[in-house]
Write a protein that binds this ligand. Sequence first.
Ligand SMILES: [Cu+2]
Length: 380
Amino acid sequence: MSTYPVGHSEEGSGIGWRVFAVFAGFLIPFVIAIGAWLAVSAHNASNQASKAAASAKAASVSTSASAAPAEGTLPTPSFAGMAPANADALAMRHAAFPAALPAAAAGPVAHVHLSIADRVVSIAPGIHYKAWTFGSTAPGPVIHVRQGQKVAVTLTNGGMMTHSVDFHAAQVAPNIDFADVAPGASKTFSFVASIPGVFMYHCGTAPAFMHIANGMYGAIVVEPKNMPRVQHQYVLVSSEWYLNAPGNGAPASLDLTKAEQMTPDWVTFNGYSAQYKTHPLTSMPGQTVRFWVVDAGPSLNTEFHVVGTVLKRAWINADLVDAPQHDIQTAVVPAGGGGVFDVTIPKAGIYPFVSHSFASVMLGEVGLLNVGKVAGTMSH
Ligand SMILES: [Cu+2]
């Protein structure tokens, strides 16, 4: 029988003990020092807690004595659903944002010009908002390119402050191509639209949250060759609006506190509350309609659903590389993401499309698809 294991074990124990003894020599004073530090910290924390409690008490006394809270610490009241008496007439007069997918640029290079401008935009009947825009509208223009095309972007900043543009469809160094552009300045950059889908573009200047909430976003469709043919294609960009005033007189601006708390006054498809209720999208019985949906946020998702049918093909997350899912009821389009959905509706009628997160419907995220030129409307 070998003695090696026993000898090794004893030798090992002996070394282990000696190492421990040396280590403990260093460790014990260290533990004492830590203990002393913790005791002092606890004492300080206790003092700080007492001071905080006293100052909270003082603050509550001063608030009850009618001092207003500091500006920006409380959201303004909700202006959700505010509608003037002539809201229906105003909604009819409003020129709906064109939802039909525009033709793709021809040739190997798609030239995209984005002009940044501060503009007052209408976001609901009689409700105005001081927006920062790409191309004077919020959302900005729909861009349609073919997979593999080069996209040459010219960005001109006609706004009052620094802006930029971030294309989710691009794979580039953002510190270079998405860099800030000063007011009055212009820049160009390009990328190859190698990945198909529908992507968000938006201003990325810090805080991007504020620039997106103020209207600086849009959609770019990168269409692959192999998509099933359809009869109608529509682009919907969802977004929220957070108002510091009703906007029915002077235009409203951003309420940052509401935006941070994600309590919008309005949620819209293509920038205007329920505009496709008064100006429905159209198709005919038996035709297939494709929705290219982007959720610009800045913060809430869209749970895309078409009432009276199912999503026959659903390219979740706008993944056009893999096969679509089939026959699903509702698809999530995440903030900052996209989705592509086909519906084929055999029967004439009026089919609402919504975010099935229904608070958003109450705030304006609803439209109608009129199949077969049917008279009437449909509320949801
Ligand atoms: Cu911006």
